[in-house]
Design a protein around this ligand. Structure first.
Ligand SMILES: Cc1cc2nc3c(=O)[nH]c(=O)nc-3n(C[C@H](O)[C@H](O)[C@H](O)COP(=O)(O)OP(=O)(O)OC[C@H]3O[C@@H](n4cnc5c(N)ncnc54)[C@H](O)[C@@H]3O)c2cc1C
Ligand SMILES: *[C@@H]1O[C@H](CO)[C@@H](O)[C@H](O)[C@H]1NC(C)=O
Ligand SMILES: *[C@@H]1O[C@H](CO)[C@@H](O)[C@H](O)[C@H]1NC(C)=O
Ligand SMILES: *[C@@H]1O[C@H](CO)[C@@H](O)[C@H](O)[C@H]1NC(C)=O
Ligand SMILES: *[C@@H]1O[C@H](CO)[C@@H](O)[C@H](O)[C@H]1NC(C)=O
Ligand SMILES: *[C@@H]1O[C@H](CO)[C@@H](O)[C@H](O)[C@H]1NC(C)=O
Ligand SMILES: *[C@@H]1O[C@H](CO)[C@@H](O)[C@H](O)[C@H]1NC(C)=O
Ligand SMILES: *[C@@H]1O[C@H](CO)[C@@H](O)[C@H](O)[C@H]1NC(C)=O
Ligand SMILES: *[C@@H]1O[C@H](CO)[C@@H](O)[C@H](O)[C@H]1NC(C)=O
Ligand SMILES: *[C@@H]1O[C@H](CO)[C@@H](O)[C@H](O)[C@H]1NC(C)=O
Length: 378
């Protein structure tokens, strides 16, 4: 099947823009394409000039830029909600599997690649990314194709005292993120992104749009964790949280000779008991423990907590607005809030192909094990 498909792909490339599909197994593909063009839905066919750049624009794991990646036959790029409804109906009518892509950060690339070589189309929501913030009600409607950075920026654009508890990487898409949980710097005080979703619009298999009332509480519960399985979420309504006008951030890298092993060992014990206003993350890499904190309060208080808990001095502590702190935490000390709007894959984010997973440590890792880990790092 793999060989058959690769041959098919080569064939399509040769045909280029014509996108004539002659293989008998693809009779339904042709119908799908016709159905989309009847509805004037923007679509790029495999082999057309724009196909690869458009597809790869939101491939966030370079592992899947390889030519062994099984790609979609079509990249469908809706520009309004009706396009999404019609694309789902066309897929159903012509037996074309559809994968939904918002920000493309899926670790295994499941929003844009197939693992078993069956024909499929990608429904890419990157053109649907309006964010409407209502500071009166402290809520926002955000379309799935928006990035977290765009959401945070839009909130910061109307208020310094509102925020949203989502992930730290600004190019992550709202669609996949809210479909799976979403944790970040505000989670200790305000929970996950999904804990703060209050309504959503979902396109189900027959193309109908349902909201929280019409889908019912069970489905509403399921889409906040069961990503991709229940339909295409067009947009989400979220509750915003209150943030102090000034928050503080600091970074401190501790090397092996400065006691990194002890500090990381101790961090495991003290971090869970720190105030809910404090997010304190440590990254262990290059024989260093790289601590980063974000605190819903001022530097004086933050330094005091850091000194007492871990013996860190917080010398470079800085005070700023929450939205600036979001840029600082991921993009570095010189980042501006406008950098949150960049959708480009940044070097710091995914320079290499990666295999990743996230898990909860239920038992502290003993000091000896940390010493061994540091010994192995280069
Ligand atoms: C560099 C990096 C940093 C990250 N940082 C964090 C972090 O700080 N906190 C955190 O919690 N997570 C983090 N993640 C994980 C991230 O939240 C998930 O991978 C998330 O699913 C990505 O969403 P996306 O829209 O970008 O991905 P996509 O690849 O577009 O989608 C992911 C999954 O959701 C489905 N999906 C996408 N949009 C929709 C939709 N509109 N309706 C229905 N289903 C949909 C897709 O089909 C796919 O199965 C990070 C990931 C990366 C690569
Ligand atoms: C994939 O193939 C195309 C053409 O067939 C080629 O231009 C491109 O460099 C290849 N990419 C990789 C990552 O091998
Ligand atoms: C629909 O597609 C699947 C997978 O490509 C195939 O197994 C199935 O036979 C198709 N069904 C129809 C009715 O064409
Ligand atoms: C392969 O793709 C088909 C059609 O999309 C799907 O029904 C099947 O579960 C997939 N198999 C695996 C192993 O992923
Ligand atoms: C920020 O707000 C200003 C003034 O209300 C508005 O003109 C601008 O478009 C907003 N920027 C973004 C990116 O939303
Ligand atoms: C579409 O599906 C929804 C959910 O199952 C159902 O409530 C609705 O009646 C269906 N609409 C049509 C036109 O079939
Ligand atoms: C949900 O959709 C129904 C039917 O379209 C509509 O009457 C209702 O006002 C919507 N609910 C909300 C909260 O928007
Ligand atoms: C912590 O505070 C004590 C008492 O004020 C001070 O002596 C010490 O230098 C501080 N340590 C760090 C690492 O800042
Ligand atoms: C931040 O900018 C200053 C001044 O331009 C520069 O000296 C410094 O190296 C930059 N820091 C980072 C982390 O890029
Ligand atoms: C980001 O991508 C845009 C569009 O491709 C490009 O014009 C811009 O220069 C890029 N910015 C950076 C910082 O790479």
């Amino acid at each position: 099947q793999e060989v058959h498909r690769r041959a098919g792909a080569a064939h399509l490339r040769l045909l280029g823009r014509l996108a004539v599909i002659s293989s008998s197994s693809r009779a339904s593909s042709h119908g799908f394409l016709g159905c989309l063009s009847d509805k004037r839905i923007p679509v790029f066919t495999q082999g057309s000039d724009s196909f690869m750049p458009r597809l790869n624009a939101y491939v966030r794991n370079p592992r899947f830029l390889e030519n062994t990646t099984v790609r979609p036959l079509y990249l469908v790029m809706p520009t309004n909600a009706g396009h999404v409804q019609d694309a789902v109906r066309c897929g159903r009518r012509h037996n074309m599997s559809i994968r939904v892509r918002s920000g493309g950060h899926d670790y295994e690339g499941l929003s844009y690649r197939s693992v078993n070589a069956s024909d499929f189309a990608v429904l890419d929501l990157s053109e649907l990314r309006t964010v409407l913030v209502d500071s009166q009600t402290s809520t926002a409607w955000v379309e799935s194709g928006a990035t977290l950075g765009e959401l945070y920026y839009a909130i910061g654009n109307v208020s310094d005292v509102l925020g949203f508890p989502g992930g730290v990487c600004p190019t992550v898409g709202v669609g996949g993120h809210f479909s799976g949980g979403g944790f970040g710097t505000l989670m200790r005080k305000h929970g996950l992104a999904v804990d703060n979703v209050v309504d959503a619009e979902l396109v189900v298999a027959n193309g109908t749009v349902l909201n929280r009332t019409t889908m019912g509480e069970d489905v509403f519960w399921a889409i906040r964790g069961g990503g991709g399985s229940f339909g295409v979420v067009l947009k989400w309504q979220v509750g915003l949280v209150t943030i102090p006008a000034t928050v503080s951030v600091f970074k401190e890298a501790v090397s092996g000779s400065e006691g990194a092993v002890d500090k990381v060992t101790r961090w495991q014990k003290v971090a869970p008991a720190l105030p809910g206003e404090l997010y304190l993350r440590v990254r262990v890499q290059e024989k260093k423990a790289d601590f980063r904190a974000s605190f819903l309060g001022g530097c004086d208080d933050l330094r005091r907590v850091m000194n007492r808990s871990l013996g860190l001095n917080g010398a470079d502590c800085k005070e700023m607005t929450w939205v600036e702190s979001v840029a600082y935490i991921w993009l570095g000390s010189n980042a501006t809030r406008e950098d949150l709007l960049s959708r480009n894959t940044s070097k710091s984010e995914s320079p290499n192909s990666f295999k990743a997973t996230t898990d909860y440590v239920r038992q502290a890792i003993p000091r000896d094990a940390w010493a061994e880990i540091f010994g192995k790092l280069v």
